[in-house]
Write a protein that binds this ligand. Structure first.
Ligand code: CAA
Length: 455
């Protein structure tokens, strides 16, 4: 019999501080509407001085374990994905393990595997596939594996990426016969190209990127992955291209969200490609105007051309697009508008948000994931929502946590960004959380990070 594996539960952690996008816009002399309406970000999640990607990962994992009453003996792996690791050699997962042992006892996690995966914003999705395959193979000794995605999105002050900054962590509890969603491995598809859209050389604390070019890479890789997914799905179901739509087979979607408008670009581009040539296509073109010619252009040149952007914008105004967007995508974005980019955590925050916001019965629905990481790779995969999801969604608490955050001023944000505060000068006093206590200064521990749980 086929082993069903998937996601049993999800927990998240978002820093308690946030900056209003309008305040940032005013400080930078840009129209607030550009950030709030143009790119879709209302608030930016900002880590306090004692937080980093490791403390956020440990907090999300602790929440996951506590709400499911898990002990270390129930877990095979803690596999952490990040592109903002504080160390270039030591895996962030070992720092996370050390923090958790402050709660569960020294040596309590000694039996687990604890790798780190890096692939920009798609890292957690790659880690999840690895761990699900491990569980499906039957190699696991214990019931669960935990995959954590944790990141701080940090760009230079006054740069075009600055308004998209944010931070968060998610922890996925993976197991057999999961309560939330069962994975569909047969359709999982990739779109991978060696590219320079966004990267962070070791000596940099902020990302180097080519903003509009990176949008083109996202759309190109998503299309490659979606074509492959469609082929596998259509072959398995006996469906025919130009007669059927992949979109009709998917009920809910969460896309990687560097900023919410990107998700609109992505879903529109997906539908344009999926619907092109279907019987309804010519009627749609009556509202949008003809699709521009791409002759002589590379994929990227085409996707970021003014002509294609204008066509896509017309498409997003059609009632056919708006209906699908409202039904399948919009509910993934409410939290992301209030967090900003959280790189590898982002697509999974969208999943949580869908479950928190959807009022319909989701049992049996297909949940699509559009994950993208610069460098660059897209993964399209899917799950089927299980009857047990109703129990799990009562305790996701992402929107609730966001409503309890503390607003900071632009001055405080800039001091945190520019590392002008000492570890003891936090904006809020830490409580019930892991903190970065101090950093080693001696010959044998220079740069080593010491963490402490503060009751
Ligand atoms: N009022 C309302 N809307 C306005 C406006 C105003 N005053 N001014 C501009 N806008 C709208 C624009 O019309 C545009 O919307 P449409 O595309 O629908 O027309 C939107 O605001 C953005 O405007 P611009 O493209 O002119 O903005 P920009 O040049 O400042 O760049 C960006 C935006 C490229 C995304 C920039 O934020 C950036 O470089 N971000 C970092 C890189 C990034 O996030 N890339 C995404 C893909 S890569 C990835 O996904 C991985 C990752 O996480 C980084």
């Amino acid at each position: 019999m086929k082993t069903l594996v998937g996601i049993d539960d999800i927990a998240s952690y978002v820093p308690k501080l946030y900056l209003e996008a309008e305040e940032l816009a005013k400080a930078r002399g840009i129209d607030p509407n550009k950030i709030v309406k143009g790119i879709g970000i209302e608030q930016l999640s900002i880590p306090d001085v004692y937080e980093d990607a490791a403390t956020m990962a440990a907090m999300a994992t602790l929440r996951l374990m506590e709400k499911n009453d898990l002990q270390p003996k129930d877990i095979d792996f803690i596999h952490v994905a990040t592109e903002s690791s504080p160390d270039a050699a030591k895996p962030i997962s070992c720092y996370v393990l050390g923090m958790l042992e402050q709660r569960y006892g020294g040596g309590s996690f000694a039996h687990i595997g604890a790798p780190e995966t890096k692939f920009a914003c798609v890292g957690a999705t790659y880690a999840m596939i690895d761990r699900l395959a491990y569980l499906a193979s039957g190699w696991n000794q214990r019931k669960y594996a935990i995959v954590v995605g944790t990141d701080i999105a940090k760009y230079d002050i006054n740069s075009s990426g600055e308004p998209t900054q944010g931070a968060a962590a998610v922890a996925l509890l993976l197991g057999k016969n999961p309560r939330l969603m069962v994975y569909e491995p047969a359709f999982t598809s990739f779109g991978t190209v060696d590219d320079r859209d966004f990267f962070r050389p070791i000596e940099h604390t902020t990302a180097v990127y080519d903003g509009h070019y990176s949008i083109g890479c996202y759309l190109r890789n998503m299309r490659i992955a979606a074509d492959a997914y469609k082929k596998k799905m259509f072959n398995s179901q006996g469906l025919k291209t130009l007669q059927s739509s992949l979109n009709d087979q998917i009920d809910l979607i969460s896309f990687h969200c560097p900023f919410p408008k990107m998700v609109e670009y992505a879903f529109a581009s997906f539908l344009i490609h999926d619907w092109r040539g279907l019987p309804k296509w010519n009627k749609l073109l009556d509202s949008t105007g003809p699709e521009p010619d791409r002759a002589g252009m590379s994929d990227i040149e085409f996707y970021i051309s003014k002509k294609y952007s204008a066509f896509r914008k017309n498409f997003t105004k059609t009632k056919e697009f708006l209906h699908e967007y409202e039904e399948k995508v919009v509910n993934s974005l409410s939290a992301l508008k209030l967090i900003g980019n959280s790189y590898t955590a982002s697509v999974w925050l969208g999943v949580i948000n869908q479950f928190e916001k959807q009022r319909d019965d989701l049992e049996g629905k297909r949940f699509g994931i559009g994950s993208y990481g610069s460098g660059s790779s897209a993964i399209i995969c899917s799950f089927i929502v299980q009857p047990g999801y109703k129990e799990v969604v009562t305790n996701l608490n992402l929107m609730g946590a966001l409503s309890q955050r503390h607003r900071i001023s632009i001055e405080h944000y800039e001091r945190l960004h520019n590392r002008k505060l000492e570890l003891h000068e936090s904006i809020l006093p830490p409580k019930n959380e892991f903190t970065l206590d101090h950093i080693g200064k001696d010959r044998n521990n220079i740069g080593y990070r010491y963490y402490k749980f503060i009751e």
